[in-house]
Ligand binder design. Sequence first.
Ligand code: ASP
Length: 354
Amino acid sequence: MTAWLQPLTREKSLRPAEPGRWHSGLTKALFFQFLLLLALAPLGCWAQAYPTKPITLVVPFAAGGPTDKIARALAEGLRNQLPGASFIIDNTPGAGGTNGTAKVARAPKDGHTLLITHISIATTPWLYKNLKYKALEDFEYLGLINEVPMTIIGRPGLPPQNLAELTPWITTNSRRVNLAHAGLGSASHLCGLLLQQGLGIDLTTIPYGGTGPAMAAMLNDQVDLMCDQATNTVDQIASGAVRAFGVTADQRITTSPALANLPTLNESGLEGFKITIWCGLYAPKDTPKAITSRLNQALKALLADPVFIKNQAAVGAVSIRDNRSNSVEHRKFVEAETLRWGKIIKNSGQKHID
Ligand code: ASP
């Protein structure tokens, strides 16, 4: 029997230790175990116990919107991949997603606070002068999750029935037509900006903490127009609760019956108008490698799950099935997207804010 499994006899346990000698076989074994754990710690072996408490998944937009929806689907799926894990969704909206992103940059580096966010991580560095994080330096990149086009939608009673009718109607009403979005640098803001430029019109813009509440405002006839990810508009388009004008993909979205008949903006006359919104998973920089690898494996297993793939396709999204689900390629992709959006934002003339 090994020393640390021997029963502790009264004699051994109570005898005072002689200076410079081991107190008992048990103590000696514990001491060596302790040394072993200390030696293994830098290799990340502590992560075997991960997670040890609920994982907070920060969504930097309001509840009910597309980022919130993919966060909830992801949390549900990851629970099956990480036995024993539970998730808390923490909606921290504001400033185009930068409030929630900053919160995760400063969170403990133990894998219990994660960020799910979209193109905001690549667009906002060009729009906010005093961001409290560096997007490419302050995070561990855990993998890209999905890609989804945007849809252009309008409130139910809006007079124009299609994009051809929308343009002249906006032109004659432009001072009174408004456009909801999720803050400077959000997908809906940038898509709306490019739409206005493409159509040569100027709308009044109304920011919300996310397109969840913006959609609620639209259904109540409080806003006229919005660009939003298909994942958040597909049900309302299917039921006729909103008017759909087009999709920002280069092809029609045939995977979703509700979107299949929606023309692309390109085919409706806005040549080359294509916007794809991607979402990724992040942890604070210097989260132990064993934890980030575990999360990445769990994410990749979920992205390969036929049910997850099918559910994403039904709402117009594509699960990432290429190497951008790996940390290195995810970061490279975001770096390239940051440069690409930088040029688009510069050309748009949109100004920085403090
Ligand atoms: N769809 C939003 C955006 O425009 C964000 C959200 O609520 O998920 O960026």
